[in-house]
Design a protein around this ligand. Structure first.
Ligand code: AMP
Ligand code: MG
Length: 417
């Protein structure tokens, strides 16, 4: 790294706005193209590589939506009651094989095929039964309570399009059309390592001045949730040669390399210069707090994100920059984080020109309004602020003061499916 450039990424220099940084990361990240065939359960979370067409109608036959009696709509007079002759029963999986003729009906359970001749089901609560005589007391509309063949999916139809991410409903739908295996894109390979002479592996006693390496664990967790092939390369010390060797090795097999630490302006921060030597650096300073010194570039065919060392900065920059990159690599369109407007319970000061991500607790008050409060200490090293939070409070670049009682944007950590 040239000294002049490193000075240029000092803390008082203008940094790239987060939206621009995100755009540049997303532009550089292109979908993997290799595919694999997987049983549908294992394909959960993966992206379909080709359209899936249904060979069958779903449902496969007209069937009853109720427990009741199958009859012919034409048999019903304009006024109740009307007595029909009961000629048999139809169960789900055990159809009635005969035909329902004029003046007849069949006992039918939910899911049972509607017998030939019948077209309507009357609920069992609407009839009185006396041996073989079924008296219909309240007339159903013609066709009532019948689920038509193919009303969910028709034979020959594209049931799922390529590019779709398979969620629980999708693998259920694949099962409903009898598809046991699908072709999906391979998972992106993400190599990651921690950097720092002070880092000690969990399970070992620390020596003076050492701290435990927590970033590799939060990174592992975040990667696991995004369903990538995570390649853990351990800890690399603050030695330019070792960092260079580590990055070069990672670049061989990975689609994305993520590191933590060593990207700031300290004397043991070498990753920016090493990345410049090995490849091409696009940006190294983003206008966010925490997480300003974040490096992005390309090393060979691999994308490289050098995240800062502070544990909260790692998580904030991961969700704002690494996650969209991984979505693109996975074959998805990056999803804008869900934003909720909530009433802010605290006054928040921000330095204009950067976006701040505070850790918040989102809830609803007695009147049903969303309210958000800050978790305690907000330092970028306070990882417990992340364990206590359920959302980020997003303070925009153009906002220097958010008064308690005004509205703020909140990014909840959880969404439903
Ligand atoms: P750095 O950017 O390397 O100067 O790191 C910034 C801060 O984050 C320092 O206090 C580091 O000790 C801390 N840090 C760096 N890497 C890790 C890690 N893997 N786990 C926990 N803390 C870390
Ligand atoms: Mg360091």
């Amino acid at each position: 790294m040239r000294a002049d450039q490193k000075a240029g990424c000092g803390h008082d220099e203008p940094a790239l706005p987060l939206s621009k940084a995100r755009d540049r990361v997303c532009e550089a990240a292109v979908s993997v193209s290799e595919t694999e065939s997987l049983p549908i359960r294992q394909a959960l979370g993966r992206v379909l590589a080709e359209d899936v067409r249904s060979a069958i109608d779903v449902p496969g036959h007209a069937n009853s939506a109720m427990d009741g009696y199958a009859l012919r709509a034409g048999d019903l007079p304009n006024e109740a009651p009307r007595a029909l002759t009961l000629i048999g029963a139809a169960f789900a999986g055990r159809p009635f094989l005969g035909r329902v003729n004029q003046g007849q009906c069949v006992r039918i359970m939910t899911g049972a095929p509607v017998p030939d001749g019948a077209d309507t089901v009357v609920m069992q609560e609407r009839v009185s039964v006396d041996a073989e005589r079924v008296q219909v007391n309240a007339l159903p509309a013609a066709g009532a309570n019948v689920r038509q063949a193919g009303e969910d999916i028709k034979a020959g139809q594209v049931a799922l399009e390529d590019g779709v991410q398979l969620r629980p409903a999708h693998i259920g739908l694949l099962a409903s059309i009898g598809v046991a295996e699908v072709t999906v894109l391979r998972r992106p390979r993400v190599a990651f390592f921690s950097t720092g002479d002070e880092l000690c592996e969990v399970g070992r006693p620390t020596r003076p001045g050492q701290i435990y390496d927590s970033n590799r664990y939060t990174l592992f967790g975040m990667l696991q949730r995004l369903d990538v092939e995570a390649i853990d390369l351990g800890v690399i010390r603050d030695r330019p040669e070792e960092l260079e060797a580590g990055l070069a090795r990672a670049a061989e097999g990975a689609d994305l390399i993520i590191t933590s630490g060593g990207v700031s302006v300290g004397e043991a921060d070498y990753l920016l210069e090493v990345a410049e030597r090995l490849g091409k650096v696009d940006f190294w300073s983003v206008a966010i707090k925490p997480g300003r010194p974040t490096v992005f570039g390309k090393l060979g065919d691999a994308l490289y994100l050098g995240l800062p060392g502070n544990p909260v900065s790692v998580m904030v920059t991961f969700y704002q920059l690494a996650k969209p990159a991984i979505e693109k690599l996975s074959g998805l369109q990056p999803r804008e984080p869900l934003l909720i407007r909530a009433l802010c319970m605290a006054t928040i000061k921000n330095k204009a020109g950067r976006r701040e991500f505070l850790r918040g607790v989102l809830s609803r008050d007695e009147t049903g309004r969303y309210i958000v409060s800050k978790t305690g200490h907000q330092g970028s090293g306070i990882l417990s602020s992340m364990t206590q939070a359920n959302c980020f409070i997003v303070v925009p670049e153009d906002s220097e003061l958010i008064e308690a009682g005004s509205q703020v944007d909140v990014q909840p950590f959880e969404a439903l499916v």
